[in-house]
Design a protein. Structure first.
Length: 352
């Protein structure tokens, strides 16, 4: 499209031919006829463009398209544009309503899951076989990634902090910083992200496939609640593997930091563990475990909901898995920030 100059014709918002066409109309004795302009800039033919004939402009009142030469597809462009714009606007307007509905269904699902979990555990009606199978399955897809994430994290903290404290001659503080970083933030966030990634994808894909094959509807027809039969064991399985993942991350992260600090930065083992024990407190471990359990509950509810609501065949299952992972990561980061603020407020960092 040429820029709007005096010698070039352009189209803009109201589908009005301007500039050169309007000039041609001014110089022509025809009113309401077909206008053709041909020069070095190109060829303009009014019959090839829809024209706004309302009272919005002078050219619109005088320039009428020759319907005999105009194609049906061209005449349909304004209607299609209006329909597309209306559809897009309706989707944007409905976003808050749909989001509120999704949040409400998630809250109802969470309440049902926790109610069934407590009742079935106390009455020994829990499907323990399904629980063990799901716990082992989820642990297999998260344990090795936990090791592979924890080692670089601990080494990275040790390398960065060692370079800083060596400048001030306080390299014995490497252990304390490592303890705070890994114990307070690294372990729960890493465990949460692993559950929100690998475990969430496994849960969402499983429920999505069941929903597409109408297995969930079949269970309801048989009088079996899918939430009670399928979601509750997966929630308890995530809660069961959470302490294992947290311990793995803490051990691997602190161990990697210890090796880097002692072998590379000449920190004595005694000073490393002394400073580590001075700042790492038992309350930090409890908060870390609490965060892990909270993240596990979030992952179970979101993943189950997105999977059970999957529609549209394999594409719908893929969309459910993608939405589950994205939502889990966002919620884990936000909840971790909120819990960290509460921890810092009521249990500030201090020398043990």
């Amino acid at each position: 499209m040429l820029p709007p100059t005096d010698s070039a014709g352009v189209l803009f918002g109201g589908w009005i031919l301007t500039r050169r066409i309007e000039q041609e109309l001014d110089e022509s004795t025809q009113v309401g006829g077909r206008v053709c302009v041909s020069d070095d800039e190109g060829v303009w033919d009014s019959s090839a463009f829809p024209v706004n004939s309302d009272d919005g402009g002078e050219a619109g009142r005088r320039c009428v398209v020759d319907d005999k030469t105009q194609r049906d597809g061209v005449r349909a462009i304004p209607a299609r544009a209006v329909a597309a714009g209306t559809k897009a606007a309706s989707k944007v307007v409905s976003i808050p309503t749909r989001s509120a509905g999704t949040a409400g269904r998630a809250a109802i699902l969470a309440a049902s899951v926790f109610r069934y979990a407590v009742i079935d555990t106390l009455t020994l009606r829990l499907a323990f076989g399904e629980l063990i199978v799901q716990a082992w399955s989820l642990l297999k897809v998260t344990a090795l990634p936990a090791v592979l994430m924890a080692i670089p994290f601990g080494a990275m903290v040790a390398v960065q902090i060692s370079g800083l404290v060596n400048e001030v001659g306080a390299n014995s503080l490497v252990g304390s910083v490592t303890g705070v970083a890994v114990l307070r933030q690294g372990a729960p966030v890493t465990a949460g992200l692993l559950m929100g990634g690998a475990a969430a994808a496994a849960i969402a894909s499983d429920f999505g496939a069941r929903a597409i094959r109408e297995e969930l509807d079949a269970l309801r027809a048989l009088g079996i609640d899918p939430v009670r039969r399928l979601v509750v064991p997966r929630l308890l399985a995530l809660l069961l593997i959470t302490p294992i993942l947290v311990v793995i991350v803490i051990a691997m992260g602190v161990g990697a930091a210890f090796l880097i600090a002692t072998l590379v930065n000449d920190v004595t083992p005694g000073s490393f563990w002394l400073s580590f024990g001075s700042f790492a407190k038992l309350i930090d471990l409890w908060f870390t475990m609490g965060k892990g359990f909270l993240f596990a509950a979030i992952v179970a509810v979101i993943s189950a909901q997105r999977g059970m609501e999957a529609k549209g065949g394999p594409r719908g299952v893929a969309d459910a898995v993608n939405a589950s992972v994205v939502l889990n990561v966002i919620f884990i980061i936000v909840v971790n920030l909120a819990v960290t603020q509460l921890q810092t407020m009521f249990f500030p960092m201090a020398v043990a």
